[in-house]
Design a protein around this ligand. Structure first.
Ligand code: NAI
Length: 329
């Protein structure tokens, strides 16, 4: 298994690369960034794990060299938020960065699983899809927007709100929709095992999952957004993809996918009016195998109201991404 991190020298990229270097599922790890990859790769190369590691810079076709033979490419490249910024404010810079990286993937390793972390995910994943379509290389089962941090936050915050004392990871909470503010919709009613959230805490808990990223941006006071928790979440999702690729079954993860391209997605696309949406997806050797049932239709009344707001915001974000490639500025 060859893994590539594009944006490997950044706040997310470095701890994510560390986790991948330590992961026994990874045989080869390539780090790509516009700066500092020789240093990060040399540092990580001293870790006594099986993965062979190399760092690449843009000079001398470094991107293509990094991507050659890749099975999985994780993309945390691009600028993060500062206080007062929304994820949409990042579009101007990150759209072009993601477009360039996906063009490289389309040429060099079009069969790789592509995991997009760069924000705004609601737009960068549609950009990736359009670039791949243009190149005739789009496989919707292998393109994923990473929304795992929203799931991780829901798992953590619900324990705090309900006074739970168990392992937060053992409660499965589907978080669906998009990855910014009101487009993020935690489905508390579908938690397994069921959770009992006091009525007076429900709004605050939901808000905290939707806007939890702002807590980190504020606390970091101008130096960036979530990096360590994101590296954990990004690794968790990448590990699930790699386990499924190696034949492990029964792995289900919420992720932002192109619905019409994944079995079971058409009904949700019809109901939501959105072609891209985060839903729990069954992962297999070929990537996104299927979406089980219509989780959107099963939401309770409280969650349905949240979903209406989600659709409003998400549709515009998706269109903006598609437009960026179809009618370039
Ligand atoms: P950072 O600024 O610390 O690191 C970004 C890295 O990307 C830098 O090392 C930079 O040199 C590199 N880079 C810039 N242009 C590049 C290019 N063309 N090719 C390769 N690398 C390039 O930022 P941080 O904190 O690591 O965040 C990265 C992105 O992840 C941001 O867009 C942020 O909003 C997003 N993010 C996504 C989350 C999610 O849940 N999906 C959560 C948190 C952040």
């Amino acid at each position: 298994m060859k893994a590539v991190v594009a944006g490997a020298s950044g706040g997310i990229g470095q701890p994510l690369s560390l986790l991948l270097k330590a992961c026994p599922l990874v045989d080869n790890l390539a780090l790509y960034d516009v700066v500092n990859t020789p240093g990060v790769a040399t540092d990580l190369s001293h870790i006594s794990s099986v993965a062979k590691i190399e760092g690449f810079l843009p000079a001398d076709g470094g991107l293509n060299k990094a991507l050659e033979g890749a099975d999985i490419v994780v993309i945390p490249a691009g600028i993060p938020r500062k206080p007062g910024m929304t994820r949409d404010d990042l579009f101007k810079i990150n759209a072009g960065i993601v477009k360039g990286l996906i063009e490289g993937i389309a040429t060099t390793c079009p069969d790789a699983y592509i995991l997009v972390i760069s924000n705004p995910v609601n737009s960068t994943v549609p950009i990736a899809a359009e670039v791949l379509k243009k190149a005739g290389k789009f496989n919707p089962k292998k393109l994923f927007g990473v929304t795992t941090l929203d799931v991780v936050r829901a798992e953590t915050f619900v324990q705090q709100a309900t006074g739970g004392s168990g392992d937060p990871r053992k409660t499965v909470i589907p978080v669906i929709g998009g990855h910014s503010g009101e487009t993020i919709v935690p489905l508390w009613s579908k938690a397994k095992p069921a959770v009992k959230i006091p009525e007076d805490k429900l709004d605050a808990l939901t808000y905290r999952v939707q806007f939890g990223g702002d807590e980190v941006v504020k606390a970091k006071d101008g130096t960036g957004s979530a990096t360590l928790s994101m590296a954990y979440a990004g690794f968790r999702f990448a590990e699930s993809i790699m386990k499924a690729a190696k034949g492990e079954t029964g792995i289900v993860e919420p992720t932002f996918v192109y619905l019409p391209g994944v079995p079971g997605g058409d009904a949700i696309a019809k109901e939501t009016g959105c072609d891209f949406f985060s839903v729990p997806v069954h992962l297999g050797k070929d990537g996104a195998e299927k979406i089980e049932g219509n989780i959107v239709g099963e939401a309770n009344e409280y969650e349905k109201k949240l979903l209406v707001k989600c659709y409003e915001g998400l549709k515009g974000n998706i269109e903006k991404g598609v437009e960026f490639v179809v009618n370039p500025p």
